[in-house]
Write a protein that binds this ligand. Structure first.
Ligand code: UDP
Length: 249
């Protein structure tokens, strides 16, 4: 198993659901966005960790959702990419109000709103202590922001992907439906794929597996959790490469 260590540079993946009140489902709840921003601000202040953030858009629009029924998939996905940009701007505002210097970079040029994605510039921002929020996914349809997270994490040399969710890790079954569901402390990539566990989509998992990039799935809104994960504490579930000669979880 991958021993946890403190991380110096990480990629935080926030799904669209991280922006909305679970009771309401959808839209942006400013109180929740502020809580996320405050957690990030505390991390920056206490540990100085370099942080890139990929935001999803599912709270507003997904290219494969019923709201897109009958639409050309590429057009629907473009709407999804715009949705991620709306979330990115909300997060930037909240982060800056919490005292964190933030740059948004979009995979599709919208230069009146944000910088275009330029890897070297993103790296420079990170080195200067700024948080970089990556918006508009990969800029291409038929992808997800999970895959974007894997791609950007590799590009910026992040040591791990932190996948913040509403549950505290990866379970063998849906913990909301099965009270006896068991949480994995650690599990390897192949087991995630073989068991069809909902960690990230298969493209994202494959990319992480091919490059040995660990994913830590953890409960986003538990106070101090982002910091605990970054410090290498046993929080949530770590998805990692199988030890050589073993295919077991
Ligand atoms: N999307 C896309 N290409 C990308 C990333 C995202 O076309 O590289 C679109 C796609 O329609 C997707 C939507 O943006 O459904 C929102 O992203 P995602 O579903 O990953 O958001 P999340 O589930 O994380 O909220």
């Amino acid at each position: 198993m991958t021993k946890r260590t403190p991380y110096r540079r990480v990629l935080l993946k926030l799904s669209g659901e991280a922006f909305s009140d679970p009771a309401v489902q959808g839209g942006i709840d400013p109180t929740i966005v502020r809580r996320v921003a405050e957690e990030v601000a505390e991390l920056k202040e206490s540990d100085g960790t370099e942080l890139g953030i990929v935001v999803g858009g599912g709270n507003i629009f997904r290219g494969n959702s019923p709201a897109a029924a009958g639409m050309d998939r590429s057009s629907a996905d473009q709407m999804g990419m715009l949705a991620t940009t709306i979330n990115a701007l909300a997060l930037q505002d909240a982060l800056e109000k919490a005292g964190v210097q933030t740059r948004v970079q979009t995979a599709i040029s919208m230069q009146q709103f944000a910088e275009p994605y330029i890897r070297r510039r993103a790296m420079r921002h990170l080195e200067k202590g700024r948080v970089v929020v990556f918006a508009a996914g990969l800029g291409a349809p038929y992808f997800t922001t999970d895959t974007t997270a894997a791609q950007r994490a590799l590009e910026i040399g992040a040591e791990a992907i932190l996948k913040g969710t509403q549950v505290d890790g990866v379970y063998d079954r849906d913990p909301n439906q099965h009270s006896d569901a068991v949480r994995f402390e650690h599990i390897d990539f192949l087991a995630v794929l073989n068991k069809g566990l909902k960690v990230m989509d298969a493209t994202a998992i494959s990319l992480c597996m091919d490059h040995g990039l660990p994913i830590i799935v953890f409960e986003l809104l538990r106070a101090g959790n982002i910091r605990r994960v970054v410090r290498g504490e046993d929080v949530g579930t770590i998805v990692h490469a199988a030890p050589t000669g073993s295919g077991a979880a």
